[in-house]
Design a protein around this ligand. Structure first.
Ligand code: ATP
Length: 867
């Protein structure tokens, strides 16, 4: 069963060769083919192997410095130093390797959550499958916005066009049809084919799968997938850049220090050399990039747990800083579980009973709704299924609700579809031509404004009022109409003014309770929520009031927007929270207008036409369930559950990650600066060094990396969603941070020198004084860690002291490690330490507590001024 050149054969021929039918394969047949052809998946792109990843850890300025230092100390025959330096280099590489591996694994797992799905006919029924389960011979249904899941021979096409840039490089969508083309036509000219990995930009199609997985065109050229994402965001990139220049600066300064110490200070070369290496290591924040990367990876996981899937890392930062969220209504603020509750026809008004999608319920008063029900059933692409007594819908929930309504009305609602004009949010209606029990009819359903205008012989004004009345009750309103036909194609021109009006149907779509809470949370967090919907103004306003938007009284419609110029729009957009009857083009204008006002905009979208607005927004958010692949590809963030509450959760997580990155930076930099100052000062004053180079290495590459890591796991600080959003483009190295670095580095300097001088005064040997200085530094680091955990509030609460399991785990590990290097003879030999007397141990902890008290009081004064 090999199908060659499907583009040049007729559709019937292709079906015959693949032993397929237009109704789809049966499940056993599909299973057998699946076993034969394998999954419809491209071979995994080869990622960097572990060896290469491990070696990459050594590609870092600091490591070069250390390896150089190891060589020099080796030449000077200081074997212990050489050994320690090499051990530290190795330990650092192993830690970096493990962290990076974890971060990459986390990202890969999350990308797997976005596996594409496909609508397929199996056993004559439309089902949604994992695209990996497609086999040759399957019949796939596609609509605008879908990604083509395999190579397909088009069997049926309506207004079909696809964008095939990934395959042909041509970014303009090409029209598609069913007619075969010449055997030797170029890929881009094979109009009867849809290629795996390309995007349907317009229309609908039914296609026969002719090749899957590696047999597809994209599979054959081995394209796609390969992109390995860099684990970075603007902030992290900025810090990387900063760290790199800082390293060079420090190396330069260290070189000068070496020259100064040797030629001016007349010190022994090997001694000065080790000191200078110590300064360089002390000052360079080598652990910072690794800890920041892991912070991001943990943020990505936390978001995924809350159903927000990060496609590109910068989204984490962007979502945390948004000041406006523009959201869809249907399915995001509301449940998208629709029930038709009201029908209004020229014969009167009817209440429709029943619950869910079950086609059972009473209609009061009794009346003849047969024609309306027939239109609702035939002008419809959804289907209802009953499993264990529970009815569910496959397809659009609104159409499912219409099917349920039709089921409540007696009569035969079957028919054979001859032609259709699919729904499009731009023309807001759909039409279907069917041979049915009442003859050949075109049925139309759509937005009342649109459909009423196409009908003849009705009182337009009166019916608009009735539609508005339904909308004001928060109902979604559809108008239905019909037209007898003789032709077997729909002539769109003939519909205008040629339809006979049947009636209105009102559907409820209740707000999600969690969305109400989330909107309130956003408002407390200084974030304005705006609703941008294709729905009726009245419906939108009613739902906005139920949801609790700031201003539910003013609505701008798409028509209003078209009359405003950009300047007027920028003014209006600040105050109005509801935009109704909009089309996707309006979204782009709204984002631009809001951004012009200096706001950071999050925008949701689901359709193929939403892509430009989603790309333009600071944080584009696609719907995972009802969103098209095109929208997902355009965004950085995908909501797995389409729920507005998830956006609020993502904002909270985004703010948390940003806070944690800031905490990592504010914790690391002063430690490095303090250490470096201690050594430089000692060198300039001609004093003995308070810490040896090896001890500095230990502190910087082991204790600092381990303790700093705890900050990556910090939970959200209380009050995070009560703060206003941070200003757009706020620099990370702000005045506040610089002040913190100066203050803490100064205190570190004073404390370490203080303890060191005290020990020397007491007549302790130099090695013991150095041991005490080193332990002081670690104690200061630990106290500083507890301080940094609460940068926006006090650290003097029970909750703050209780910390998190991670914080206590690293503190215990590091404390144990400090005891070991201080008291265990073999380690003493390596690090040149001496046992510290117990009372002096208490003194060191006391110094740490005093340091904590000072910075905490300083913070309270600062917060007091702000508050
Ligand atoms: P949101 O942007 O909040 O998701 P929406 O889903 O209501 O809004 P659209 O899908 O653009 O926006 O729908 C706009 C209008 O078009 C609806 O209010 C309805 O009147 C009409 N409409 C929607 N879906 C269909 C359909 N399948 N057939 C006919 N008309 C439809």
């Amino acid at each position: 069963m090999m199908l060659t050149n499907p583009h040049a054969r007729s559709a019937a021929d292709c079906l015959a060769v693949l032993a397929a039918t237009p109704e789809g394969l049966t499940a056993p047949e599909a299973a057998q083919r699946r076993a034969e052809h394998g999954p419809n998946r491209l071979p995994e792109a080869r990622t960097r192997g572990p060896v290469l990843r491990f070696l990459r850890q050594f590609n870092n300025v600091l490591i070069y410095v250390l390896l150089g230092a190891a060589a020099v100390t080796g030449a000077l025959q200081h074997w212990v130093d050489t050994g320690v330096i090499l051990a530290v280099v190795l330990a650092n590489a192993v830690i970096g390797f493990l962290q990076e591996g974890k971060a990459e694994a986390a990202m890969t797992a999350i990308r797997g959550m976005l596996a594409p799905r496909a609508a397929v006919l199996r056993d004559r029924r439309r089902v949604s499958l994992d695209a990996a389960d497609l086999v040759p011979g399957d019949i796939v249904l596609l609509e605008a916005g879908d990604k083509v899941p395999a190579d397909l021979r088009v069997l049926e096409a309506r207004g079909l066009a696809a964008q095939e840039a990934i395959l042909t490089g041509e970014s303009v969508p090409v029209g598609k049809g069913t007619e075969p083309v010449a055997v030797d036509a170029a890929l881009g000219d094979r109009h009867a084919m849809l290629w795996s990995g390309t995007l349907v930009t317009q229309g609908t199609a039914r296609g026969l799968v002719v090749a899957t997985g590696p047999a597809t065109e994209i599979g054959r050229i081995g394209g796609l997938l390969a992109a390995v994402e860099e684990l970075t965001t603007p902030l992290v990139a900025q810090m990387d850049h900063f760290a790199r220049w800082l390293s060079f600066l420090i190396l330069l300064a260290s070189g000068l220090l070496l020259v100064y110490g040797y030629f001016v200070g007349h010190r022994d070369f090997s001694e000065v050399f080790m000191v200078v290496v110590g300064v360089a290591v002390a000052a360079i924040p080598e652990g910072l990039p690794a800890v920041m990367t892991i912070t991001l990876a943990i943020g990505v996981q936390a978001m995924a747990r809350r159903h927000a899937i990060v496609r590109r890392l910068p989204a984490i930062e962007a979502i945390g800083s948004v000041s406006v969220i523009c959201t869809d209504k249907t399915g995001t603020l509301t449940r998208n579980e629709m029930v038709a509750t009201a029908a209004v026809t020229p014969a009167g008004s009817f209440a429709i009973g029943g619950e869910g999608y079950a086609p059972e319920g009473s209609i009061t008063p009794a009346g003849d709704l047969g024609r309306l029900a027939l239109a609702a059933a035939l002008c419809n692409d959804a289907s209802l299924h009953c499993k264990d007594g529970i009815w569910s819908v496959e397809g659009d929930p609104m159409e499912g609700a219409l099917l349920a309504f039709a089921g409540k009305v007696a009569g035969d609602h079957g028919g054979r579809r001859l032609d259709a004009i699919p729904f499009d949010s731009r023309h807001r209606f759909m039409a279907v031509l069917t041979d049915g029990p009442s003859g050949r009819l075109t049925h139309v359903k759509g937005a009342p404004e649109r459909v009423l205008g196409m009908c003849r012989g009705i009182d337009l004004h009166d019916w608009h009022n009735r539609a508005d009345a339904l909308a004001r009750r928060g109902l979604r309103v559809l108008a239905l109409a019909e037209m007898p036909q003789t032709a077997n194609r729909i002539d769109p021109g003939a519909l205008e003014g040629g339809l006979a009006f049947l009636g209105l149907v009102g559907l409820i779509d209740p707000p999600r309770p969690e969305a109400v809470a989330a909107v309130a949370e956003c408002r407390a967090a200084g974030i304005r929520v705006k609703m941008i919907t294709g729905d009726h103004a009245g419906t939108a306003a009613a739902i906005a009031a139920q949801i609790g938007l700031a201003n539910p009284h003013r609505v701008l419609t798409g028509v209003d927007l078209d009359t405003l110029d950009d300047a007027q729009l920028a003014l209006e957009v600040a105050d109005v929270d509801i935009f109704a009857r909009t089309s996707p083009e309006h979204k782009l204008r709204l984002v631009t207008a809001l951004q012009a006002g200096g706001l950071s905009v999050a925008m949701t979208g689901d359709g193929v036409n939403d892509a430009p607005a989603l790309k333009r927004a600071d944080a584009g958010i696609a719907m995972g369930l009802k969103g098209s692949e095109a929208a997902k590809e355009a965004t950085d963030l995908v909501l797995a559950d389409d729920n507005f509450a998830t956006i609020a959760a993502a904002v909270r997580e985004g703010r948390t990650v940003y806070d944690n990155l800031r905490k990592v930076i504010s914790w690391t930099l002063p430690t490095n600066a303090g250490e470096a100052l201690v050594v430089v000062l000692a060198l300039l004053l001609g004093l003995s060094l308070p810490m040896t180079a090896v001890q500095i290495l230990w502190i910087n590459l082991i204790t600092e990396l381990t303790l700093g890591l705890a900050l990556a796991f910090e939970p959200t600080e209380p009050g995070t969603m009560d703060r206003p959003p941070r200003p757009r483009n706020a620099p990370i190295l702000s005045g506040g941070l610089v002040w913190h670095v100066v203050l803490v580095a100064g205190l570190f300097l004073a404390a370490i020198f203080g303890v060191f001088s005290y020990a020397i005064d007491r007549g302790y040997p130099l090695a013991l004084a150095q041991t005490m200085a080193m332990n002081t530094l670690v104690v200061l680091e630990i106290f500083h860690l507890f301080f940094i955990r609460n940068i926006h509030s006090t650290s003097l609460t029970w909750a703050a002291a209780r910390g998190t399991p991670v914080v206590w785990a690293v503190v215990i590990v590091i404390t144990a490690a400090q005891f070991a290097v201080t008291y265990l003879p073999p380690l003493q030999a390596v690090l040149g330490t001496r046992p510290v007397p117990m009372l002096d141990g208490f003194l060191i902890v006391g110094v740490g507590a005093a340091f904590f008290a000072i910075i905490e009081i300083e913070k309270q004064i600062r917060l007091g001024f702000k508050g």
